[in-house]
Design a protein around this ligand. Structure first.
Ligand code: CDP
Ligand code: MG
Length: 793
């Protein structure tokens, strides 16, 4: 059962037939309104021109302002022009694209001044490194598609894939999962009827493993190409090959808000570029006079100030991740409720009418009369009175995500707290004010040390501009940059493509599994650093996925490539099958893949720490997670009430638990199923024994093994790097001599997250190629892999 099924089940129970009729009427009305809105979008004016271009060219590079209708409309145009249906072997355009007049909204000139504007993946950021969103895939048994004439639309982010698919289903008047569906890792909401499939770029990459010609798709649309995620870049390379082999039967559309079209046109032979002109109103950019110590506080102040001083229009606040958004939401609500009633009602009389003034409702109006007067004053200058705080990030339940798209009720202003998903992937109507903290969560990879990490870093200038631009979609807007103008001038112009700064192990593994042995010679648009590729070859060799000649091994490599988790965690699962603890290892990997299991509010620290004691394992965080999972699974499955109250009593995030249960179920099927892509591996349980599980973890996470130092820090054995145990780790109280951990996080220090105590002597035994003879034979083996790869060029 997918998350989506869960979400769909609840409302059904409460529905009565009367409500249903009312809902139908409301839905029809809504659709009429949406239909009118659609036709106003710049993409509509360009429809015929775009379809004509795509009839003549196999690759179309489409540049258009965010919000111009690329993501929602283009796939529908293609579908109506028979690109997404069965039938004619050639191109599918035969039956004419909505003939009629050509609107000339598109021109053939590549977009000017567009620079690759890379953004760290705020959603992947919510995930726990290995085993998280890195490699996307639904597990075995993903539903098939009829006829192979589907239109695939890739998105770098899961939230975008889901919200856009829902929107388009609504526009087309169909149920999500029918004609329009989406697929993200561990969640497939499509059916044989699906013709437009929104999916993450990582998932399409995974499909290419089993269907190298992408034969079920007539058209692939790579959306948000300017983000240049590692999956997008690899897909572009693969698709270049697919085009050569499929000829006229296949079309590629590369879409983006800010891309450097010329680069894509150069890369794909015979490609043509088109520009959809959007409307952009002027945006006044405001900087802080001095650097802010705490951008979170600054963001809250700025939001409240906008609410008090500015005429109507919603505020979009860019933050870096779920935790930060959660605290901002709390702080904002606290501040709102502690403001005097009058001030809460958006400013007080004259005091708030001066823009830029920090008037905390200082006008002194108090009590009902004051409030009413203030409200009247606010209304008179068109200021909304209430502030509705709405978060949006990947791990948020879909119905809550959709709330940000609903217009604010009369007299209310929305404050949307978003990760950088709102930068280009989704457009939220009504936004007139942008608050830019100037930061983003981003992956970084140190190829020399072989360490990947997640860190909050400053945005690029291109990102800052894109963020500000969000305020000018519907009218003139204002953007509050919470940094100084000179800080802005110091920012990097653009962010380099992710492929040049990430761990390539899973990508290299997938290329190898697709028979692309010469990874160093792969036609990347921007080749990753050679050392990064060599590093991942070494890691895959150490995991046993590659042999000394750099070829995929049957036993480990092939299986790892099929597992929808990071290769290190995949190795844990394979080892666990052999060690008789498959059930436990699957539970741990499922828990690690679910986002943010523990709810750890700062002001209730004593409470959540106390609640966690009953799950605590002295042997580490993975075992603690396992205990939580077991506790949850013991509850009656059918009782939502029991589950909800258990979770809230224990400061556990129920959505994460549902997700973990779902991933677990899928992985169990995947591991146990006898025929491919199932692995047919035995799934035994080790009961209360912890050693087998800790050994299995060691067999996969050994590159992240670390030894305790006299000063209480740890040193990563493979790299010599000093790291600290994360403050939430259960191992903090009694630090073991040796441990393995999931990932590193940089804040003020480098923290190791999710750690488990192991015995140092297991390392040479479980990872001989890496440890046993590090100084001698094995290193020769590693070099041989590198040499083999180099020789293959
Ligand atoms: O892809 P692009 O940025 O060009 O635009 P889009 O995502 O296709 O969005 C087009 C318009 O649809 C936006 O301006 C929004 O007004 C609207 N939209 C919406 O209201 N709700 C959604 N979930 C998605 C889009
Ligand atoms: Mg879009």
């Amino acid at each position: 059962m997918t998350d989506n099924d869960y979400e769909n089940q609840r409302p059904k129970k409460q529905r009565r037939s009367g409500d249903l009729r009312e809902n139908d009427a409301a839905a029809a009305e809504r659709r009429r309104r949406i239909d009118a809105e659609r036709r106003q979008l710049p993409a509509w004016a360009a429809r015929d021109k775009l379809l004509a271009l795509l009839q003549q060219h196999r690759t179309l590079v489409l540049v258009g302002e965010t919000g111009s209708g690329k993501t929602t409309q283009i796939p529908q145009f293609l579908l109506s022009a028979k690109f997404g249906r069965g039938g004619s072997g050639k191109g599918g355009l035969a039956n004419g694209s909505a003939g009629g007049t050509s609107h000339g909204g598109a021109s053939n000139s590549p977009g000017q001044g567009g620079t690759p504007d890379e953004a760290g993946d705020g959603d992947a950021a919510a995930g726990p490194g290995p085993g998280s969103a890195r490699t996307a895939a639904t597990a075995a048994g993903g539903r098939g598609h009829g006829g192979g004439h589907c239109i695939a639309v890739t998105q770098p982010r899961r939230v975008a894939a889901m919200t856009v698919a829902r929107r388009v289903a609504e526009e087309m008047g169909t149920k999500i999962g029918q004609q329009v569906g989406y697929a993200i890792r561990f969640e497939d909401v499509t059916s044989p009827a699906t013709r437009i499939k929104y999916m993450t770029d990582g998932l399409l990459l995974r499909e290419a493993l089993v269907d190298p010609l992408l034969s079920r798709y007539r058209v692939v649309i790579i959306d948000e190409a300017h983000e240049r995620t590692v999956h997008t870049d690899v897909l572009l390379g693969l698709i270049k090959g697919v085009q050569a082999r499929r000829g006229d039967d296949f079309r590629l559309v590369v879409m983006s808000a800010t891309l450097d079209a010329a680069r894509f046109v150069d890369y794909f032979p015979g490609a043509v570029a088109a520009l959809v002109r959007g409307r952009q109103f002027p945006v006044q950019v405001l900087y802080t006079a001095r650097p802010e110590d705490n951008y979170l506080d600054a963001a809250i102040n700025a939001t409240l100030q906008v609410h008090q001083d500015e005429p109507e229009g919603d505020v979009l606040v860019f933050l870096t991740g779920q935790d930060e958004i959660d605290s901002a939401e709390r702080l904002l609500k606290d501040r709102l409720s502690s403001l005097p009633a009058a001030a809460r009602m958006a400013g007080v009389g004259g005091a708030a009418e001066l823009p830029g003034e920090e008037g905390e409702g200082g006008g002194g109006a108090e009590g009902e009369g004051g409030a009413a007067a203030a409200a009247a004053a606010a209304a008179a200058v068109g200021r909304p009175r209430e502030l509705l705080v709405l978060p949006i990030y990947a791990a948020l339940p879909p119905e809550q995500q959709m709330k940000v798209f609903e217009p604010a009720p009369p007299g209310t202003r929305k404050a949307i707290l978003a990760t950088n998903i709102a930068e280009t992937s989704i457009t939220i109507p009504g936004v007139r004010y942008v608050v830019d903290t100037g930061h983003v969560k981003s992956r970084d990879y140190n190829a020399k040390l072989g360490l990947e990490s997640l860190a909050v870093v400053p945005v690029s200038q291109a990102q800052a501009r894109q963020r500000s631009g969000r305020a000018g979609r519907e009218g003139p807007g204002k953007a509050y940059r919470l940094y100084t103008e000179s800080d802005f001038s110091q920012l990097a112009a653009t962010t380099p493509p992710e492929i040049t700064r990430c761990n390539l192990a899973s990508v290299v593994l997938q290329l190898k599994a697709m028979g692309i042995d010469d990874v160093l010679g792969f036609d990347f648009m921007d080749p990753p650093p050679r050392t990064a590729i060599l590093r991942s070859l070494e890691l895959l060799f150490a995991l046993g996925a590659l042999d000394t000649s750099g070829k995929l091994t049957e036993e480990v490599g092939l299986r790892l490539s099929r597992l929808p988790v990071d290769p290190m965690f995949g190795r844990v699962l394979l080892a666990a099958a052999g060690l008789g603890c498959g059930v436990e290892a699957l539970a741990v990997v499922a828990m690690v893949s679910a986002d943010n299991v523990f709810h750890t509010p700062r002001q209730k620290e004593a409470e959540w720490r106390a609640a966690r004691i009953k799950f605590l394992s002295r042997e580490g965080d993975h075992l603690t997670l396992l205990n939580v999972f077991r506790g949850f699974m013991e509850l009656p499955k059918e009782s939502n009430k029991a589950r909800t109250s258990w979770c809230s009593d224990n400061f556990i995030n129920i959505r994460a638990m549902r997700k973990a249960e779902d991933i677990y179920t899928q992985l169990v099927r995947f591991m146990g199923h006898p025929s491919p892509p199932g692995l047919g591996l035995p799934l035994a349980t080790c009961g209360d024994e912890t050693t087998p599980l800790r050994r299995a973890l060691t067999a996969g996470l050994f590159p992240h093994a670390a030894r305790l130092q006299p000063d209480g820090s740890y040193r990563v054995i493979a790299t010599g790097r000093q790291v600290f145990l994360h403050p939430t780790s259960v191992l903090l109280e009694r630090k073991p001599d040796c441990l393995v951990f999931n990932e590193l996080m940089h804040t003020s220090r480098t923290y190791a997250r999710d750690a488990t105590a192991i015995e140092a002597r297991w390392l040479p035994e479980l990872a001989p190629a890496f440890f046993a003879a590090k100084a001698s034979a094995a290193t020769a083996g590693v070099s041989a892999v590198a040499a083999g790869a180099a020789a293959a060029r």
